[in-house]
Design a protein around this ligand. Structure first.
Ligand SMILES: N[C@@H](CCC(=O)N[C@@H](CS)C(=O)NCC(=O)O)C(=O)O
Length: 226
């Protein structure tokens, strides 16, 4: 669905981030869920390197993006927002209670059992690049990811998705795996690589990615990280 300035749903994001982060800001998870659900949304954008307005902390206590509002609920945390959007979308959450519970468990698994390891590698390679502790820790961090991806590959086997059909659990798992996009660690696990490619090949993801990229309109100012 298109971004629509008059839509009742509002999602916050950034109008500027460093080039390496473009396409990876977590509002993409919310945009993807909304695309799957066929719901339009408007955006409110901040510059990543500038302080958020004081009032924004009433919407997102940590001042981060994304936050979500639809006139009825105001939410933060990409996982909680995706689960909320999924409530009335059968593409994201199946109708049967057991299927809904399974999809939910995969959302939590993605955020709690996979994302922390990938985030650690990101910290090592991007935010602490060149630091001695990062050099020492890197092999161990890679091994942890290797182990987790191997188990994920075992689970997937020949399946296309984590359960029978695509759900919000796959949306969140693939979103988390994007932190390894282009990393050889992913190629070491062909089942995970195939699964990931399948998820991000969905038209809804591609639309969400294009929409986020189109919103980076502010240029870096002199002296800022670029
Ligand atoms: N657990 C949060 C993390 C949100 C998050 O880390 N947002 C980043 C952008 S991807 C952010 O706003 N960073 C700027 C900051 O922390 O001030 C979620 O999933 O929504």
């Amino acid at each position: 669905m298109p971004v629509d300035a008059n839509a009742p749903i509002e999602v916050t994001g950034f109008s500027w981030v460093p080039p390496f982060a473009r396409g990876h800001v977590r509002d993409i998870r919310v945009r993807w869920a909304l695309e799957e659900a066929g719901k339009s949304y408007r955006t409110r954008l901040f510059h990543a390197m500038k302080p958020r307005p004081e009032l924004y902390f009433e919407e997102q206590p940590f001042g981060q993006v994304p936050a979500y509002g639809d006139g009825t609920v105001q939410l933060f945390e990409s996982g909680a927002i995706a689960l909320h959007i999924a409530q009335d979308c059968e593409t994201l959450l199946p109708a049967d209670p057991a299927g809904r519970a399974r999809a939910t468990t995969w959302v939590i698994a993605a955020l709690n059992s996979v994302e922390p390891m990938i985030s650690e590698l990101n910290t090592i390679d991007v935010f602490s690049a060149g630091e001695e502790w990062a050099r020492l820790r890197r092999p161990g961090a890679e091994d942890q990811i290797r182990g987790r991806l191997a188990k994920l590959g075992d689970w997937l086997g020949d399946k296309t998705y984590l359960e029978d059909d695509f759900t919000v659990g796959d949306l969140m798992m693939a979103s988390v795996l994007r932190g390894l996009d282009g990393n050889p660690l992913m190629d070491e696990q062909p089942r995970v690589a195939r699964y990931y490619a399948h998820c991000i090949g969905r038209p809804a993801f591609q639309a969400a990615l294009a929409a986020q990229m189109a919103d980076f309109t502010e240029e870096a100012k002199e002296g800022e990280l670029a």
